[in-house]
Write a protein that binds this ligand. Structure first.
Ligand SMILES: [Zn+2]
Length: 413
């Protein structure tokens, strides 16, 4: 390594360190905004302002009303009116690297179970606690820290990097799909999801199912004359759990059929007439979303055949939200090698390459629909989608040192 390169990397590390407190402050402001589905505008405005401060040309990209008809799209859940993707570019239409981060967060669940308010970020023991801190506002903070530090080291150079802050990663992926169709692409994409500074190169397929099970309403005093929809739903849940086992066995990857929401009844002395189950079903890469839906329908029909009540009143299923195909970036791809080599130069050993990730990310669109290599590499988080979600602040710094080197390396070319 020449002295000038050594000096530049030392300057980069110093800049990352000097700017880290500011990056944590940005992250705190971002986590304080509850950017759940449909409520992303305020957080997106914060991101846009930060990108402008970093000299990016900022563009608000709408989601077309017909997005659901595009290959790979999810089924929209709420209107796209007034909701945008935020892109930051610097002249070059298709730069070497695109950073993709999602601004949407899942709901807090049971706020009372949290140590602190989920949207009042709290720092202790080197972690920042708050909904979205790990998944994945911490990753966006890491990326912007790396970009600002690299800019300080190369003030005369326009770094070949763009940033896109998307919505709906947690339910359809349509934000990323719309941005890519609008031309926000690059030679390669890095998504700073909370990988713990490992590399995530693939994902399983995921669909969402909305299942309605009918019962027969009655007063509790003649409950036996009615059919309790909650009881009627239990064999349906059992059938989907059996499907989970089947799909997991077929693929060798954990394909959770998660019962995420359940609603039934409105009065303790009434027999509920309907129950509604919201399920997330993971499936192997070898299946298409349509084939996975067919498997769900078949499992429900089987459950209905073997239950006297369900046989007369079969469950109804609709599919909305995720229609995510599985995806994989080859482990020996040049992008993987490049990130791994830079990580190794900072941390002394290459990052782990997760064998199989039993979830999905927006990387699938770049790989499957646009032929662009994409991977996930980001900070260390705990309890994502759970109580007391948090991101480890040091991992934001460590990841920024790697990403900063990657950006400077591309600027050199
Ligand atoms: Zn995420």
């Amino acid at each position: 390594m020449t002295e000038s390169v050594t000096g530049k990397l030392a300057a980069l590390d110093a800049a990352v360190s000097d700017l880290s407190e500011r990056a944590f402050g940005f992250l705190e402001r971002l986590v304080a905004v509850p950017s759940t589905l449909g409520n992303e505008a305020e957080a997106q405005a914060l991101v846009a302002a930060e990108l402008e401060r970093l000299q990016f040309e900022v563009e608000l990209i709408p989601i077309p009303g017909d997005i659901g008809t595009r290959p790979g799209a999810g089924v929209p859940l709420v209107s796209y009116e007034g909701r945008h993707v935020v892109a930051g570019r610097n002249g070059s239409r298709s730069p070497a690297l695109l950073i993709n981060a999602h601004i949407d967060v899942v709901p807090a669940g049971e706020p009372a179970l949290w140590t602190t308010d989920p949207f009042s970020p709290d720092r202790s023991d080197g972690w920042l606690v708050g909904r979205g801190a790990g998944d994945m506002k911490g990753g966006l903070a890491m990326a912007l820290l790396a970009i600002e530090a690299a800019q300080l080291c190369e003030p005369a150079v326009t770094l070949p990097v763009a940033v896109v802050s998307v919505i709906e990663e947690e339910c359809t992926g349509n934000g990323t799909l719309a941005a890519a169709h609008a031309g926000v692409t690059a030679d390669a994409v890095l998504i700073p999801e909370p990988t713990g500074l490992d590399l995530w190169l693939n994902g399983i397929g995921v669909i969402w199912a909305d299942i309605e099970v009918q019962g027969r309403a009655a007063h509790a005093l003649v409950a036996s004359e009615g059919v309790n929809a909650v009881d009627a739903a239990l064999p349906v849940v059992a059938a989907l759990r059996a499907l989970e086992q089947e799909l997991t066995r077929e693929s060798g990857v954990y394909c959770a059929a998660n019962l995420g929401t359940f609603a039934a009844g409105d009065w303790r002395s009434s027999v509920p007439a309907a129950a509604r189950l919201g399920m997330r079903i993971g499936f192997p890469r070898s299946l298409t979303p349509a084939q996975a839906e067919a498997r769900v329908r078949a499992a429900l029909e089987e459950a209905a055949r073997s239950d006297p009540w369900l046989a007369t009143s079969p469950p109804r299923v609709t599919f909305d939200g995720f229609r995510a195909e599985g995806y994989a970036l080859p482990e020996d791809h040049a992008l993987v090698e490049a990130v791994a080599a830079v990580h190794a130069s900072v941390h002394g050993a290459p990052p782990a390459r997760s064998a199989v990730v039993s979830a999905t990310t927006d990387a699938r669109f770049y790989l499957n629909q646009f032929g662009i290599p994409a991977l996930c590499y980001g900070p260390r988080a705990r309890a994502i989608h759970a109580v007391d979600e948090a991101v480890e602040l040091q991992s934001i710094v460590d990841g920024a040192r790697v990403l900063g080197r990657l950006l400077l390396g591309q600027a050199d070319r």
